[in-house]
Design a protein around this ligand. Sequence first.
Ligand code: 9YW
Length: 448
Amino acid sequence: TPHPQRPRLGSIALASGAAWVLAGNDTGTMVTASPRLYPHMWSWDSAFIMVGLAQLDVDRACREMETLLSGQWEDGMIPHIVFSDEDGYFPGPDRWQTAVVCEHAPARPHTSGICQPPVHAIALRKIVDAGRRRSGADRRRAEALLRSTWPRLFAWQRWLATYRDPLGTGLIAVTHGWESGMDNSPRWDSPYAAVQPGDDLPPYVRQDLDKVCEADERPTDEEYDRYLWLIEEMRRVGYRADEVVRIGSFLVGDVFLTALFALSCDVLADLGEESGQDPEKIAQLRRWAARSRTAVLDTRDPETGLARDYDMRAHKWIAAPTIAGFAPLLSGGLAPQDQAALLATLEGPDWMGHPDLVAATPPTVSPSSPQFMPKQYWRGPQWPVISWLFSWAMRRNGLHDTAARIREETLRLVSDGTFAEYYHPLTGAPLGSRSQSWTAAVVLDWLY
Ligand code: 9YW
């Protein structure tokens, strides 16, 4: 049964609502990922939030980037969480203990010890473009941010290329499902099945379940034990980047993150050319981009054409019917006939074109698959932020029609005005947190 539809908002009301959500989640120095469930700054959320802020207030967008980078580690890693002073999220700084056990981590702000997908160059691109569209102070502020930030984002891309390419092919690895941003995607089921939490896993209490959504929209306790065990392994080796890759129970070449890495290397190289950065560094970014773009193409399943993750511990491909399979549409480089075929799959009846979808925008798992769970987090729901990312990258890659369709359909989905974290594909019901910042941010970008 379809969700009882709330009144649908028009563009002006929707844009005002989105600006209101960002203002409401703003502590002054950071826009938290959501009001209650996630009262801190998440790395990739913050990049999308900057994209939205850039449309409203260039200076505020610049400050968001500066807050994020105040948490950057000395070796270049941008941590997946920069903590605010709020309590109410587990695992918090006491559990991570990054500054206690790792010399690269800043003493303040508190940060987590893993990373998230590199989409920050896209945010810088958006801020610079917004600044240049306006005159005077905004343009100067954005150009100054470009100069101060470019070397920091270069160091972040270099960290990934240095520590997270253990096979040397350009396929970038994650050491925890959280690093992928798609925490409990079926992509990670088999690598997680091999993670055995030790008897000495220190006890803990989850805090997400008494927040804003139903338990069946969140990961299970068994999943959480494994999430926490991996952090424990890392803490014990002082979060040393090379050690974590050497000893961790989870090491998977993440095809979606790899595509974003390639895309971001290119976006950052463009920005470097525009601002007169070191030509050798720019050339290095282009080489990383080319290598990882090829690595993404090389993961494709010969039968389906979908890109796959690679379990580097078990030495096997992971074939899960998820949105990550479309990673080549983000990083590009497909032969014309392969690109047409992959687009046809995306728009076809197993994905966006599935007849039961309320909005023709990509679900996180194919509704035709037995693994599809329409309410469960990364196991089926539609995430507006993921739709935005595909739409943005597709436009960049010249795929204008699909990009426009995804934009239009996602806007229809979110015009209920709840700015939910994710949506039920078969009913359009809002799920997870409401007033989720990145949902509001991408809506703003689309409407401006
Ligand atoms: C958690 C903040 C984060 C996102 C992730 C998403 C979720 C945190 O929320 O993870 O505790 O479950 O999976 O991608 O950055 O919005």
